[in-house]
Design a binder for this molecule. Sequence first.
Ligand code: BGC
Length: 424
Amino acid sequence: MKKWTMFLCIGLLAITSVLTACRSAATPESAELRPSATSPVAGDTPPTASPPTATPTPIPSPTLTPQPTLLPPAVPLDRIAQGQRLGRGVNLGNALEAPTEGEWGMVLQEEYFRLIAEAGFDTIRVPIRWSTHALEEPPYTVDESFFQRVDWVIENGLANGLNVVINMHHYEEIFETPGAHTERFIAIWQQIATRYKDKPDNVYFEPLNEPHGGLTQDKWRRLLDDTILAIRRIDNRHTLIVTGADWGGYRALANLRLPEGEENYVCTFHFYDPMLFTHQGASWSGPGYQTLGVTWPGPPATPVAIDPEAAKVGWVLTWFRQYNTLATESNPAGYKMIRDAFDAAAKVGEKLDCVLWLGEFGAFEKADMQSRVNWTTFVRETAEAHGMPWAYWEFGSGFGVYDRQAGQWHEALLRALIPEPSVD
Ligand code: BGC
C-alpha cells in the first residue's frame, strides 16, 4: 500500500471513531448540535484526522511566570460599543486553523483584505490553530514564523480598516484531556497577549472556539477564568470575546461566569440550525448528514428521499418526516424555529448584560445556492433585528461567500449579507 493511501485509511478510521463518539455523546435533537468541528474541510479537501505536529524551532520565549497582581485598570473600553463595533464580519476560515496553512486549500492573500473591506464588511474573525505551532513542553513557545504570519494578517486587516478578532481554534487535545493542556493553553495566551497588547482597540481576543467534549461546563468555566486572569496580567485593554461550552451555542452561554471585576467583554454564539440543511453532505458531519437536496425553507416541493444510512439515525428520520410534510410555519426548516432561537439567545444576552456576537453562521456549498441565500438572509436579518453584530462562516472555502476560482463574489450570497452594494 502506498504511504499516502495508508495515511488516508488511518485518517478515515480515526475520523469515523471521532464522529461516532461525538454523535453518541450529544443530544441530536438539540437545535444547537454541532456534529464535529474536528475536521473542517473546504469543498472536497479530505479531512485530516491526525494533523501532523509541526516541529517549531525553539526560540527564546517571553516570561510566562504569572505576576501576582492584576494590572491597574486601563482606560476602560465601553463593552457595548466594542461589541456593536464588530458590525458585519466574515471568518477567514480554513486558512490558519488548518494544521498548517494551505493544507485545507486556503492560503490568505493580501488582496482578500481589500476585497472584504471594499465589499462593506467591518470585521474579520481569524480562526487560528496555535496548538500545532507551539512547543509541546514548557515554555510552550509559539513558533516565531507563525507569529509573524499572524502579525501580517492583523496588519493587513487593520490597514484596510477592519476590526480583527484573533481566536484559538481546533485545539483538539484540550477537548480530550483538558487537565493535561491547561498550562500550555494559558501559556500560549500569555504569549499572544504579550505580542499584541499594544495593538489598537479594534483587535479582539477570543479565548476558544466552540469548547466541547471533555471541556464540560465547569471545566470550561474554570479554564476561561484562569485564562482571563492570565491575559489581564499582561493586557488590560483589549476586549475579550467569550462563549459557553457545548459547541458555543447560546444555551450554554447562559451559564457563563466571568472573573469578578471583568467588564471588557463581548459574548458570542454560533448558529447553524437546522444542521441537516446547513451541513448536508459535509464530509466531517457523519452519515446522518449525508442526505442532499434539503432546501430552505421547508417543506420541499417534492419530498426529499432520505439517504439510507441517514435513515438509520432515529432523530434524523423524524426530522425528515416533519420537514417533508409540515407547513412552513411549523416546519423544522422554517422561519419560526430561527426566530424562536434568536429570541431565546437575546434573553441570554440581556441576562449577561453583554452584546451577543453571532461569530459563525453559514450553509455549506452542497445545499443549492437559492436556499443558502434564503437562509443566510433570514438569519442575518434576524440577528440584526436583535441588534446583534455577526460574522459569516466563511470567506472563500466550502461555505464561502467569495469564489476564489472565479475571482469574484457569489453575488447573491454577498447581497444576503450586505444588501447595499458598497458605493466607494
Ligand atoms: C469549525 C469549522 C467548520 C464550521 C462549520 C467551525 O466552527 O471550526 O471547522 O467548518 O464550524 O461546521
